[in-house]
Design a binder for this molecule. Structure first.
Ligand code: UDP
Length: 253
């Protein structure tokens, strides 16, 4: 399905999840507006595995159907959209968007909180990003966890820190389920974004694929080569996802 609304960029629906058809620059413009707006926005960065999970997990699908923005994080989404006769103009990754937003868009008016990843990684990622933008204001960092028994402590920390932007790196689907459940309790937060392994990349805990591999759409192969234990996720991304999309196409979905 392909539809266009007033002041809304086009969206392409794959496996029941609407994906925003925009370029990196357009995504940053939307985020800048979200930060100025009143109201709270949940931004997700769906990739192949996330759509497979959403296909099976009705709660996760519902969450992704109600976000303000779903950025097409993987090349597979572009390919499957194309096969269905629709166009997603660019791959817009969570990691790139986070880096560009923090390096170019943010200043003292919009403090940011880093939640998630292993102990110390969020702090290292924040320090690294501060190097590209001295005006970046770090409201706080906390590794935390997506477990419900830890939510109260996290909410308290975020409410004490008063950020406008909350970046959550708990992996999918946990990060987006966490945002959907708790965003309304975080009064200062205007934009909450699930960013997956982005803190690990920025902090240097994981090495990101070189640009030419990303351009070829082979970042998934690079990650598999460096983290073979992710084979189950790779299987979902490379085999299950296209099969589900083709099945949906054949059924006329
Ligand atoms: N993570 C976490 N708590 C958890 C599970 C994961 O903080 O209970 C973090 C993990 O340390 C990593 C991020 O979530 O920094 C997710 O990384 P992953 O590589 O799974 O994300 P992807 O980029 O593949 O979506």
């Amino acid at each position: 399905m392909y539809y266009t609304g007033v002041q809304q960029p086009a969206r392409v629906t794959l496996l029941g999840v609407p994906i925003d058809a925009l370029t990196q620059a357009e995504a940053l413009a939307r985020l800048e507006n979200f930060l100025k707006d009143s109201g709270q926005k949940h931004v997700a960065t769906p990739n192949n595995e996330m759509l497979v999970e959403a296909h099976r997990n009705a709660r996760f699908r519902d969450v992704l159907q109600h976000t303000a923005l779903n950025l097409p994080d993987s090349t597979g989404l572009l390919l499957m959209a194309r096969l269905r006769g629709h166009r997603l103009p660019a791959r817009v990754t969570g990691t790139d968007t986070m880096q560009k937003m923090l390096c170019a868009l943010l200043d003292e008016r919009h403090p940011v909180f880093f939640l998630g990843a292993a102990a110390g990684v969020a702090q290292r990622a924040a320090e690294e990003l501060k190097k590209c933008n001295p005006r970046l204001t770090i409201a706080g960092t906390f590794s935390g966890s997506p477990r419900s028994e830890d939510a109260q402590e996290i909410i308290q920390k975020i409410n004490d820190a008063q950020p406008h932007l909350l970046l959550v790196a708990f992996g999918a689907p946990a990060q987006d389920l966490w945002i959907a459940e708790h965003l309304h309790k975080l009064q200062s937060v205007r934009v909450a974004m699930g960013v997956g392994g982005a803190f690990d990349f920025v902090a240097g805990v994981q090495k990101r694929a070189p640009r030419f591999i990303r351009t070829l759409g082979l970042e998934w192969a690079w990650r598999f080569a460096h983290e073979p234990k992710r084979w189950r996720r790779m299987w979902k991304a490379v085999v299950v996802f296209p099969i589900l999309c083709l099945g949906e196409m054949v059924r006329g979905g």
